[in-house]
Design a protein. Structure first.
Length: 348
C-alpha cells in the first residue's frame, strides 16, 4: 500500500530484518516474558507479511512465551498465510478505514484503490476462523458518518477497533487540523453507535470509560512524574536500531538528536538500552520537560498524559518540549469531551 496519510519516509524500500537482530532482541525479551504471561511482540510498520512466511517464522523462532501480533493491510493474506497465523497463534490486526468511500486514502503502490484487496484478505481470515482487530484512520471526523463507520466494523465482526484521527507526522505534512467541536461530536456519535450495538470493543471509548471509572472510585489518574518508572515502548528497526516511546520517529534524523535511536541491539542488549535510555537519548529529557509543562498548564493532563513525542516534534518545529498538539486536541480533549457528553445524555 501507499496510503496518502502514511508518515513513513521509506515505505517503497524493502528492508528485511536479519535473523540475528531478532535473536539479539529475544534474549532479554524472553526473560521479561517469563515474568509476564501477557508479554507481546508486535510486528508493525511497513507490511510484516511482505517478509514472507519462511523469513517471518525465522524471526519469530527465537522468542519464547510471548504473544506475537501483526498489523497488516491484509493484501497478502491467503489460505497459506491463514494456516501460518493459526499455527503460530498470531494475533492479527487489520488496517482499514471503514466502508469503501472512506478508504480513498488507502491506495496501492500503482495508485489503485486498496479497499477490495484488503476486503479479500479479511474474507480469508473470516473463512479460516481467525479473529482480528482493526485500526482505522479517520481523516475527516464527520459526526454524520459515525454510525455507518461503526456498523461497518460491527458487520465485519472485528474484536476491537482503534480509531486514529489523521495526524501531521513524518512525511505526512498535508494533514488538515480537524475542528475540535466537530471532532467531539464525532466521538459522541461514535459512542452512541457503540451503545446501540456494543459488539465491538472501541479502544478510545474504553479508555475514557476506564478513566472515568478510576475517577469515580477515587483512584490515582494522573500519569507518573518523569522520575518514576515509565514504559519505554521500544521499537526495534530492521537494522537493530532502537527508538523509545514513539515508533513514528524510527527512520528520521535530526541535526540535534541524530537518528533518535538509543542504540543498537547488536552492540548493547535491549535490556541495557531500556535501563539506560534517558542517559543515552538526549531528546527524552527535552520530552519530559514538555510533559511537565503540560502537567502544569493543561486541565486535561490527567487523562491525556501529555502529547506524544512524534506529535510534539513534527508540530513544534523539531522541539520535544512544546505542549498541546492537534493530536491532543482531536484525539484526547475532543475524545474525552465527546464521550462524556454521550454518558451525560444517556444518564438523563
Amino acid at each position: 500500500m501507499n496510503c496518502t496519510y502514511c508518515y513513513l519516509p521509506f515505505r517503497k524500500v524493502k528492508n528485511l530484518m536479519p535473523v540475528d537482530i531478532a535473536e539479539a532482541v529475544a534474549g532479554p525479551v524472553n526473560v521479561w516474558a517469563a515474568a509476564n504471561p501477557k508479554f507481546e511482540v508486535v510486528w508493525h510498520g511497513g507490511e510484516p507479511l511482505a517478509a514472507g512466511r519462511e523469513h517471518l517464522a525465522a524471526l519469530m523462532s527465537p522468542f519464547k512465551s510471548v504473544k506475537h501480533s501483526v498489523q497488516t493491510n491484509a493484501a497478502l493474506v491467503d489460505d497459506a498465510w491463514c494456516e501460518f497465523l493459526l499455527e503460530h497463534d498470531v494475533h492479527v490486526g487489520v488496517s482499514i478505514d471503514g466502508p469503501e468511500d472512506m478508504n480513498s486514502h488507502r491506495v496501492t503502490l500503482a495508485g489503485h484503490p486498496g479497499f477490495r484487496v484488503t476486503m479479500r484478505g479479511i474474507e480469508r481470515l473470516r473463512r479460516n476462523g481467525i479473529p482480528y482487530s482493526a485500526i482505522a484512520v479517520v481523516s475527516d471526523p464527520d459526526p454524520t458518518d459515525a454510525i455507518r463507520f461503526y456498523e461497518f466494523f460491527a458487520d465485519l465482526g472485528v474484536t476491537t477497533l482503534g480509531v486514529n484521527v489523521e495526524e501531521e507526522e513524518g512525511v505526512n505534512t498535508g494533514a488538515k487540523a480537524a475542528d475540535p467541536v466537530r471532532a467531539a461530536k464525532f466521538w459522541t456519535a461514535l459512542a452512541d453507535a457503540w451503545r446501540a450495538n456494543p459488539v465491538v470493543r472501541l479502544r478510545e471509548v474504553q479508555r475514557v470509560l476506564n478513566f472515568a471509572g478510576a475517577v469515580l472510585k477515587g483512584h490515582e489518574t494522573a500519569p507518573l512524574p518523569a522520575s518514576s518508572p515509565w514504559d519505554a515502548l521500544p521499537t526495534v528497526a530492521y537494522d537493530g536500531g532502537v527508538v523509545m516511546l514513539s515508533p513514528e520517529l524510527a527512520g528520521f534524523t535530526d541535526a540535534r538528536f541524530g537518528d533518535f535511536t538509543t542504540g543498537n541491539v547488536l552492540k548493547d542488549g535491549l535490556d541495557v538500552l531500556v535501563a539506560e535510555a534517558e542517559q543515552r537519548t538526549p531528546w527524552i529529557s527535552e520530552f519530559w520537560d514538555g510533559v511537565d509543562s503540560c502537567r502544569a498548564t493543561c486541565e486535561y493532563f490527567a487523562f491525556c498524559g501529555g502529547a506524544h513525542p512524534a506529535n510534539r516534534y513534527f508540530e513544534h518545529g523539531g522541539r520535544m518540549d512544546g505542549t498541546r498538539t492537534s493530536y491532543c486536541t482531536t484525539s484526547k480533549v475532543a475524545l474525552l469531551e465527546g464521550v462524556v457528553r454521550h454518558v451525560r445524555e444517556h444518564r438523563r
